[in-house]
Design a protein around this ligand. Structure first.
Ligand SMILES: C[S@@+](CC[C@H](N)C(=O)[O-])C[C@H]1O[C@@H](n2cnc3c(N)ncnc32)[C@H](O)[C@@H]1O
Length: 138
């Protein structure tokens, strides 16, 4: 049943003239989480991680970091070398930087990302499971 619903959702979504309304997106979140986990499971190096974060988009929902790639890569190299056990990010936005932090920090690191309430700049509540899915299994 889940598979059939997923296929129907895919078909509707990929019809160029039909746009899924933001009211439907929360219903697709379990599928978004699965797809994100599957596609990001085997990112071998930092460039693959950055490319994934910059290009990944599921049902109209990107995770794109709002950063300049060269500067951003340097930051991630520094974090990768330091392998911190805790990171606090101020300003989650679409989650792209959080995704990359999750891939370069120590797998057991605690990651905290804060943003303003939705509507004042932060993200919509239904996106939370997608952001939580960035965490690697310890
Ligand atoms: C440039 S975006 C962050 C981009 C994100 N770190 C990335 O690279 O994808 C800035 C974010 O900071 C958030 N922000 C602004 N003021 C804030 C505050 N006082 N506390 C928490 N988040 C804040 C905004 O809502 C916005 O999502």
């Amino acid at each position: 049943m889940k598979k059939i619903l997923g296929k129907i959702a895919d078909r509707i979504y990929h019809k160029p003239r039909l746009k899924i309304s933001s009211a439907v997106s929360p219903l697709l979140i379990p599928r978004m989480v699965n797809i994100l986990k599957k596609r990001s499971a085997a990112l071998a190096d930092l460039d693959s991680v950055l490319d994934f974060a910059l290009k990944f988009k599921i049902y109209g929902t990107p995770i794109k970091p709002l950063q300049i790639r060269g500067e951003f890569k340097r930051l991630m190299e520094i974090v990768q070398a330091a392998r911190p056990k805790a990171i606090v990010e101020l300003g989650t936005a679409m989650g792209g930087t959080l995704f990359c932090f999750a891939r370069v920090a120590d797998p057991s690191a605690t990651l905290i990302s804060l943003d303003l309430p939705s509507g004042q700049g932060g993200y919509l509540e239904w996106k939370k499971p997608l952001l939580e899915a960035f965490a690697l299994p310890e």
